[in-house]
Design a protein around this ligand. Sequence first.
Ligand code: ATP
Ligand code: MG
Length: 381
Amino acid sequence: MNTPAIVPGQTLGILGGGQLGKMIAIEARRMGYRVKVLDPDTACPAAEVAEIVQGAWSDPTAALELAIGCDVVTLETEHVPFAVLAEVEHVRPLRPSAQVLRTIQDRYNQRHFLHRHDLPQTRWGNIESLDELVAALAHMGTPAILKRRTGGYDGRAQVRIYAADEAQNAWRALGEAPCILEAFVDFSAELSVVLARSVQGEIRFFATAENVHKDGILYTTVAPARFSPAIRMRAEELATRAAVALELVGVLTVEFFLTASGELLINEMAPRVHNSGHVTLGACVTSQFEQQLRAVCGLPLGSQEQHAPAAMINLLGDLWANGEPDFLPVLAEPRAHLHLYGKRVAHPGRKMGHITVLADTTDEALAVAERLHGQLAQAAR
Ligand code: ATP
Ligand code: MG
């Protein structure tokens, strides 16, 4: 495709003005782009650095207003309805495309896609009624996880089922909506690959990251993952195959389970910058946010080379239990970077910011990040 590049001075549109949109916008502004963001909240994190077009993600009129005012449109969330994306794509380049989002935003479509392309995943079944759930549980066994097909994030809209007689409660808890049932994976680790694919099809990936979740929410990431090169290369190979099959332009994140036998299963894909890629900002020559900008603007990708082993720890709203935390201990650590998203309201489980640490080893970086987090948690008790 020989479409002209979108260059500094031109305007990037982002569907969604949360922390991911904000961090893309900061990189874009640094490089001389103008940035507009669609968000229902005029005080969203990205509002500090971008012009806001106010509107719900499901509002085609607002999305079109954004698109018309921009040269290219990208997104920070996979939850914008397909019909709205299709309208945007009608008037401006949308990267990644509406078609990619259609595949990813519905867990059934996503699992079916992985199956069609022979990409490894856990056992799963499509569930459209309580009867189907009961039958699938009898077949698959427990533990299993029921996930609503659309709209989930940070472990929401999913329920763990430990015994067959929990079927009805689980089905009701998710609003009796279409779901998929997944066999529980007794993983030894979770990994992710964040990569970028350019308009020309060039692919560059960041070092495979190693993630720990708590209550379904990402807690820590270290990169590079502390596993053999063979495992990391296998993760890169699978993520590359997914990106090529999707024909995605932009950043793609592929989350994996590593089983005790060393097998990698794809947990899910996100067609965007990702929480597990936050270490790239500061640790790499080009961050995931700049890489996203470069990819969607049709520019060559930057170097993903990493300067040093790195760790990231999320700062959830729980740390705000006694009011705004005292961040001086974090700021006193020379190897740490503090990122706060500027969200006005904190509540438990809400991502308010994160800390990244560079050190000589990933173990050391993680230890420093956990120590700093521990001090904040202590003060919130
Ligand atoms: P996000 O978009 O924030 O990554 P999500 O809401 O889409 O999260 P998942 O990635 O599906 O949620 O699940 C969140 C976490 O729950 C996973 O990272 C993993 O720790 C656990 N989990 C999910 N599915 C399974 C499974 N089949 N077996 C074991 N653990 C699982
Ligand atoms: Mg996930």
